[in-house]
Design a protein around this ligand. Structure first.
Ligand SMILES: Nc1ncnc2c1ncn2[C@@H]1O[C@H](COP(=O)(O)OP(=O)(O)O)[C@@H](O)[C@H]1O
Ligand SMILES: [Mg+2]
Length: 301
């Protein structure tokens, strides 16, 4: 088990060893969240590295990553634990004719028949130390589930009616993410440290590309980042995230491209733009205009 980082610099270094390039502000909230044992709430556009930070932190700290992927209709049972009905039925069948029905009843609602889901798993002691609990894309669930989470995260415990309350001996490291398709309730946010994960600056995105697509030549990497940064300022239905920058670089590398051209861009736009309207807008003269700007600006003064 790796000890928790003792400074903001140490957080930056720890993440960097895993190829994650954090801004100073993000490294600061991560540090505080670890130090104060508070859940971290990360909000931001898709593809800005919110999910990745939880994965990176788990790997870097040698902790187990437990992920609760949220979706519409997610309920407490699916998040905490469910009874294994099939196994219970078999036990009942096997015990048919047995006289001690009360004993059977009690036995059916023990841990042997419980299917553990992420929230319960996160409250259990783990060999490498408290796990990293990633509650991903919270904005996809509904308010009742948020209220339920609020309770679970306040005391780091969950209650299973038939079994009782299970409390984490050591609180998990909790990271919640939201793509902000709706506002998450204030009460839940108040329990957490909050950080808006923005698109990275040119320099930081270039560092990310160096870390994630090191094979790309410097000139090409700079062109890619500069072009994507410009694209984000256009009026698009869906702006490209960092994930798209990396994907695009990999596509260009696979095509042996050494420098951007309007043709190359229009042939590979699908790697960065995922809506036909956006692609159409950018094809042809618009892509050329942006690229001309990029080439002009990247020429050293
Ligand atoms: N700061 C960063 N450093 C390194 N890689 C990053 C960074 N931000 C994003 N990425 C890359 O972008 C990809 C998408 O990030 P992800 O965490 O899935 O985005 P989100 O959860 O915010 O939608 C990741 O797989 C990772 O490779
Ligand atoms: Mg995500």
């Amino acid at each position: 088990m790796t000890a928790l980082p003792t400074s903001i610099d140490a957080v930056e270094t720890l993440l960097a060893t895993q190829g994650y390039v954090a801004s100073r502000a993000l490294a600061t909230v991560v540090f505080l969240s670890l130090k104060l044992g508070r859940p971290l709430f990360l909000e931001g556009e898709a593809g800005t590295g919110k999910t990745e930070i939880a994965k990176t932190l788990a790997t870097a700290l040698g902790r187990r990553l437990i992920r609760l992927q949220c979706y519409e209709g997610l309920d407490a049972a699916s998040a905490v634990a469910e009874w294994n009905f099939a196994a219970q039925m078999i036990a009942i069948r096997t015990a048919e004719g047995a006289t001690d029905r009360d004993a059977l009843q009690t036995e059916l609602f023990t841990e042997d028949y419980l299917i553990e889901r992420p929230l319960l798993a996160a409250m259990r002691p783990q060999p490498g130390g408290a796990p990293v609990l990633l509650i991903d894309e919270l904005d996809r669930t509904d308010e009742p589930f948020e209220a339920f989470l609020l309770e679970a995260l306040s005391d780091f415990q969950v209650t299973i009616p038939e079994l009782g309350t299970i409390k984490a001996p050591e609180p998990p490291i909790v990271i919640l993410t939201s793509n902000r398709t709706r506002e998450v309730h204030d009460a839940l946010k108040r329990r957490c440290l909050y950080h808006w994960v923005d698109y990275p600056s040119f320099d930081r995105e270039l560092d990310i590309l160096h870390a994630r697509a090191p094979e790309a030549q410097e000139t090409l990497s700079r062109e890619i980042v500069a072009f994507v940064q410009k694209l984000r300022r256009e009026d698009l239905f869906k702006r490209p995230g960092v994930a798209e920058t990396i994907d695009w670089a990999k596509c260009l590398l696979a095509l042996d491209v050494i420098a951007l051209s309007p043709e190359v861009i229009s042939d590979t736009l699908g790697a960065i733009l995922k809506y036909q309207d956006d692609i159409q807008k950018l094809q042809g003269s618009e892509a050329k205009r942006l690229l001309d700007e990029v080439k002009r600006e990247l020429v050293p003064a």
